[in-house]
Design a protein around this ligand. Structure first.
Ligand SMILES: CC(C)(COP(=O)(O)OP(=O)(O)OC[C@H]1O[C@@H](n2cnc3c(N)ncnc32)[C@H](O)[C@@H]1OP(=O)(O)O)[C@@H](O)C(=O)NCCC(=O)NCCS
Length: 212
């Protein structure tokens, strides 16, 4: 399968999603890898993880980049060699990247019932607008909230950030496809604009740090 979707969010921000239907060999034959990532991909234990990683290189190529334009810092956060910001996510048969002039984070998650069991580990003030009795909507909203917090974490990326205690997602409806959120950590309060899409039974979330 080629590109699943490409969202031209603005002239300086692009979101690209891949549906992974190819085998490892197909993908491996279609992408360039630098030496470090060649070793990394060979050492990955799961075929799904390998294909997720390789499909991200296909997305990079779609955006006019390749693996040689990308590097990881010591925390595992990816960076581009030019002035743009990048964030990466993969989950089962989907992967996605966001490339932007703004600081941005992205996350894709499958909507699963088991998120209900861990809700109190990452949800706090958001319980005020959630309705657990509407099970399907509850799962979809929890998945958005999880994705928001992962996306914001990927932007700020600091040890000690607690999803439950430091990141607050403001009320939203699934149809809104957007919301806002706040990260308050070590005396710094940052506001984020949030956008989300449902793709099959997955939720794609992306976040931008609001410019003050
Ligand atoms: C690092 C982390 C953000 C990855 O998220 P994930 O949902 O497990 O996996 P995803 O597929 O969405 O994202 C993986 C990608 O994130 C990127 N990434 C890894 N570490 C990162 C970091 N510190 N900062 C930003 N991006 C990071 C990488 O590009 C990685 O993919 P790649 O190595 O194949 O290029 C996540 O594991 C994490 O540490 N979260 C915070 C910890 C936490 O508080 N968890 C829950 C509390 S209830």
């Amino acid at each position: 399968m080629p590109l699943y979707t490409s969202i031209n969010f603005s002239p300086t921000t692009q979101i690209l999603v891949w549906e992974i239907t190819e085998t490892f060999d197909d993908l491996f034959g279609q992408v360039l890898l630098n030496d470090i990532n060649m070793i990394r991909v060979k050492n990955m234990k799961s075929d799904l993880h390998q294909r997720g990683f390789l499909s991200v290189r296909k997305l990079l190529q779609e955006a006019g980049y390749n693996d040689f334009d990308l590097y990881y810092d010591e925390s595992g956060k990816p960076h581009l060699n030019d002035e743009n910001f990048i964030s990466i996510t993969h989950s089962f048969h989907f992967s996605a990247i966001i490339i932007s002039e703004q600081k941005a984070g992205i996350d894709i998650e499958m909507q699963r019932e088991k998120i209900i069991r861990i809700a109190d580990k990452f949800v706090d003030s958001e319980f005020h607008f959630l309705k657990p009795e509407k099970t399907q909507e509850y799962i979809r909203k929890l998945t958005v909230i999880w994705g928001v917090k992962e996306s914001i974490f990927k932007i700020r990326n600091e040890k000690g950030i607690s999803f439950k205690d430091h990141i607050q997602v403001n009320t939203f409806k699934i149809d809104d496809k957007k919301t806002t959120a706040v990260l308050e950590f070590e005396n710094v309060k940052q506001q984020f604009s949030i956008y989300f899409e449902e793709i099959e039974n997955f939720t794609l979330v992306y976040a931008f740090e609001k410019q003050l």
